[in-house]
Design a protein around this ligand. Structure first.
Ligand SMILES: [Zn+2]
Ligand SMILES: [Zn+2]
Length: 335
């Protein structure tokens, strides 16, 4: 029987690598990031469209971005598990992004979770979470409410950063980045007389000593190569900050509440984007893929409005619940 912890500790703390790190390894072989859109609706759920939520999995860790109503059933439909979620990263505290939380927290408890759960978000996290935790009732695990440190959160080699976007309330966009070290150059290692059994130490980012000489990884590794980046916009109007963070992203998931351009003033007023706004940001940021999401319930078939995005970004696609992608390093994509 798992002991119940009656008092959820609101440990407002700065999360650093100390809390979530599990392995430092600067040489990543066949690294992949799985991303699944769980809910793509704004404001109101529809039968086939749950409210906002995105699941990201990397190297055995799971981050859930937002948890709107219907997130649990959307995950079931998409055949992904939420049970091992390490971190819930909230973009903001509007109901369409958090009303799935009391149910999910309770489900974790029913399933006997004892691992701590970390939740982060912009200012106001504690005020938003208190009633949610109260509704969820006594839970057999601890919840840590976490502020994000300046350098973001480290997930092994990857880093998650929150940044401010343009909504009516404080709102974060999130950037998940996986850097990639340069190629190991055996000729340089030979020239420096690095013994074979010590080469993996350098590949793992640590110095070694050969005789009296200190050899650093940069002496035997090539230039850093293009890694992977996933950016999730949160609710936002057109935002320069977002463009900066989305630069060269492999996947950009963006608020696209309104399809037609006639709603551009309304979008700005309520802190949202049109299809065209999202596409313009994607173009400026030179992203590789754009998935539109957070659709108004007035758009029955968001894909019918894609022409509004294609003017600026012809590869734009309309997200849908369950849409999934596995991202790999460029030269490993077809491997
Ligand atoms: Zn929203
Ligand atoms: Zn909102």
């Amino acid at each position: 029987m798992t002991p119940l912890i009656d008092n959820i500790v609101f440990d407002v703390m700065i999360l650093t690598h100390y809390h979530l790190i599990w392995q430092v390894n600067s040489v990543i072989i066949n690294a992949m990031i799985d991303v699944t859109l769980l809910g793509t609706a704004a404001t109101m759920p529809l039968p086939e469209r749950a409210l906002s939520s995105v699941l990201l999995r990397y190297d055995g860790r799971t981050i859930l971005f937002d948890c709107g109503e219907g997130t649990q059933t959307a995950a079931r439909k998409a055949k992904v598990s939420l049970m091992k979620t390490d971190l819930i990263a909230l973009t903001h505290y509007h109901g369409d992004h958090i009303f799935g939380l009391p149910g999910l927290l309770q489900t974790f408890g029913c399933m006997g979770r004892t691992d701590p759960l970390y939740i982060c978000g912009p200012e106001g996290l504690k005020t938003a979470m208190e009633p949610i935790v109260m509704l969820a009732g006594p839970l057999p695990y601890r919840i840590f409410l976490s502020r994000m440190g300046e350098g973001g959160l480290e997930f092994g080699d990857a880093v998650l950063k929150g940044f401010n976007v343009e909504h009516r309330v404080p709102c974060f966009g999130y950037e998940f980045t996986l850097p990639r070290a340069g190629k190991f150059d055996p000729k340089k290692a030979d020239a420096l007389q690095v013994p074979l059994h010590e080469r993996s130490v350098l590949q793992h980012g640590e110095n070694i000593t050969v005789g009296t000489k200190v050899i650093t990884p940069s002496m035997v590794m090539g230039k850093e190569r293009k890694g992977l980046k996933v950016v999730i916009s949160g609710d936002t109007a057109y935002s320069k900050e977002l463009i900066t963070h989305a630069k060269d992203a492999d996947l950009f998931i963006c608020d696209a509440t309104y399809g037609e351009d006639v709603y551009s003033e309304e979008a700005k007023l309520y802190g949202h984007s049109t299809f065209s706004d999202a596409a313009k940001m994607a173009k400026k940021a030179k992203v590789k893929r754009l998935w539109l999401t957070h659709f108004s319930q007035t758009m029955e078939r968001p894909e019918d409005y894609l022409a509004y995005a294609w003017g600026s970004f012809p590869e734009a696609v309309a997200g849908e619940d369950g849409k999934t992608i596995t991202l790999r390093f460029e030269d490993e994509e077809d491997a």
